[in-house]
Design a protein around this ligand. Structure first.
Ligand SMILES: Cc1ncc(C[n+]2csc(CCOP(=O)(O)OP(=O)(O)O)c2C)c(N)n1
Length: 320
């Protein structure tokens, strides 16, 4: 794989930033109890967001789900706006109306985050239809979990996207669990990517903890989409290292399974590779880590100091 050095550094950077962002949220909601609502994190899955988004251009669109933080940060969302939104503050990217679960960032072409499992798929198909109709040179990426791939909307969306050869990349983030249900308990299909054959589109299995491999697969899928060759289903095999949400004690995830996947963590995996190939050195790695740490701390300070919205603002920006 001949990936530009800058791209490799970019992927490492967005993974480190996402991890620091998640780690600070663990402290804030679990230990300090400062954040309202459910906290759903992507710890261990960062290579999917970073690899896919590194293959995209600004005009490309992402439609994401409840586990969205790493996708949004990798697409370039401002950590301050995200953090303030997670605190439900007026300065948040959605003026405090979304909280952590429906974060949307139109400036980076992330116009819709939905926690309705499976709903990202038909929405992405609609957005990709608009891209095709208006001849935009851009694609839509749809992120969803393995659980979502068992919803009816998955099949309808893939069928229509293939029929109309839409510029959409379906990214199934197979983290082995859907809530407390293990993969084998909700489907007999060994690989979700197999399902692509039923709709006559490429189905690709990628090591979802290998950011460069994810990048390469997304780059190729993007090119196919722009060349008018339609959609691709990418199944990124990864692992949810924390519970479904921070309230979840993970009793159903075997400890040795968690440990084994922690050893395959995508961040040291890429940083070791970049150091071995001379693309970065250990001082630069440390610098990236401390820069990410201070960006996240600054975001937390900004969020904590920001005001809550006024009650009358609840009905502003409501269209229907
Ligand atoms: C239509 C619908 N059904 C159920 C839920 C409750 N729910 C929220 S997340 C989740 C599990 C989703 O699993 P998966 O799609 O694999 O994504 P992951 O959480 O693993 O990232 C469920 C069942 C929901 N939000 N929407």
């Amino acid at each position: 794989m001949n990936i530009p050095r800058k791209k490799q550094q970019e992927m490492l950077w967005t993974m480190i930033l996402s991890r620091k962002f998640s780690d600070s949220l663990v402290e804030l909601c679990r230990i300090e109890g400062k954040i309202p609502g459910m906290m759903i994190l992507s710890t261990g899955q960062e290579a999917v967001g970073s690899g896919v988004c590194a293959a995209l251009k600004q005009d490309d669109v992402i439609i994401t789900n409840h586990r969205s933080h790493h996708h949004l940060l990798a697409k370039g969302a401002d950590p301050k706006g995200l953090m303030a939104e997670i605190f439900c503050k007026k300065t948040g990217c959605n003026k405090g109306k979304s909280g952590t679960l429906h974060l949307t960032v139109p400036e980076v072409n992330a116009p819709c985050t939905t926690t309705v499992v499976g709903a990202t798929l038909p929405i992405a198909v609609g957005r990709a239809f608009a891209q095709q109709y208006t001849q935009e040179q851009a694609v839509t990426v749809c992120f969803f979990g393995d659980g979502a791939a068992d919803e009816g909307s998955f099949h309808e969306a893939l069928n229509l996207a293939a029929l109309w050869q839409l510029p959409v990349i379906f990214v199934c983030e197979n983290n082995l669990y859907a809530g407390a249900q293990r993969y084998e308990e909700h489907t007999r299909v060994k690989d979700m990517a197999e399902r692509a054959r039923a709709y006559d589109m490429p189905g690709i299995i990628v090591d979802g903890n290998d950011a460069p491999a994810v990048y390469q697969a997304a780059l190729e899928a993007r090119q196919r989409a722009l060349d008018g060759q339609g959609p691709t289903l990418m199944e990124c095999k990864t692992y949810r290292c924390r519970g479904h949400g921070e309230q979840d004690p993970q009793h159903y995830q075997p400890r040795d399974e968690i440990r084994a996947w922690q050893e395959k963590c995508p961040i040291p995996r890429l940083s070791n590779m970049l150091i071995a190939s001379g693309i970065i050195n250990s001082a630069e790695l440390q610098e990236m880590e401390s820069m990410a740490e201070s960006i996240v701390q600054e975001a937390v300070r900004f969020a904590e100091e920001s005001p809550y919205p006024e009650p009358r603002e609840a009905l502003e920006d409501v269209y229907v």
